[in-house]
Design a protein around this ligand. Sequence first.
Ligand SMILES: Nc1nc2c(ncn2[C@@H]2O[C@H](COP(=O)(O)OP(=O)(O)OP(=O)(O)O)[C@@H](O)[C@H]2O)c(=O)[nH]1
Ligand SMILES: [Mg+2]
Length: 242
Amino acid sequence: MLPYNKTLLIIPTFNEIDNIERMLTTITGLYPELNILIIEDGSPDGTADVVKRFMTKNDKINIIERTGKLGLGTAYIAGFRWALNKDYQFVFEMDCDFSHDPKDIPRLLEAAQSNDLVIGSRYIDGIRIINWPIHRLLLSYFAGVYTRIITGLDVLDATGGFKCFTRKALESLDLDRVFSNGYSFQVELNFKVWAKGLKIKEVPIVFTERRDGESKMSGGIIHEAVFAVIKLRLRKIFGLLD
Ligand SMILES: Nc1nc2c(ncn2[C@@H]2O[C@H](COP(=O)(O)OP(=O)(O)OP(=O)(O)O)[C@@H](O)[C@H]2O)c(=O)[nH]1
Ligand SMILES: [Mg+2]
């Protein structure tokens, strides 16, 4: 039996009205014991209202409401702090747009029983991405190659956002000192956990591009990522990584 009651699934949302109801129905149906935390950034489309409607019927669902779109990184940091204040042992990151398949949760959670951080990987044992234009696939893939060359981090999918942290991995991080908020957020966390000597495991997943709702990808995020990787490497060299 997997420890669903000690596990928290964090889902950040911004304008996910086309997905949130189906997502909450799917998760609570598949894993009734799993705890859910939605980090809602004041979506004008009423995503929060749907979450609150579910909360009246199900005490496994929680929400943190922020005042505006403050970014994915700070959303997860808020969620991690919340999780560490309670006694959760396993903490997931997952998107609301069904790019990450909720059916993969047990495989990641299983791997987390004997590792410190588990990454749902699009690039281990082949490439599994559905419905991405070739330029986006190339960008993501070569971002991974670039990251490996600069940092030495031995992870094939360093930017993936479907993962399971153990409490030990989260506690190893100084959450006040995480500086990335966009794409490099995932890289920074992986790199810092790895630099502490903790065990990272990649588990193969199929990633499907969002079908419903709008993308929040932007050029600024890519720009941030290029420099963040170099910054991580330099900080490690000079012993300033925390
Ligand atoms: N709370 C919060 N959630 C966000 C923010 N930006 C994105 N999200 C959520 O984070 C998850 C991933 O965002 P996506 O828009 O799917 O980003 P992406 O996967 O890089 O891009 P596409 O899937 O191609 O649109 C989704 O659940 C979004 O609703 C934000 O600023 N705050
Ligand atoms: Mg997405």
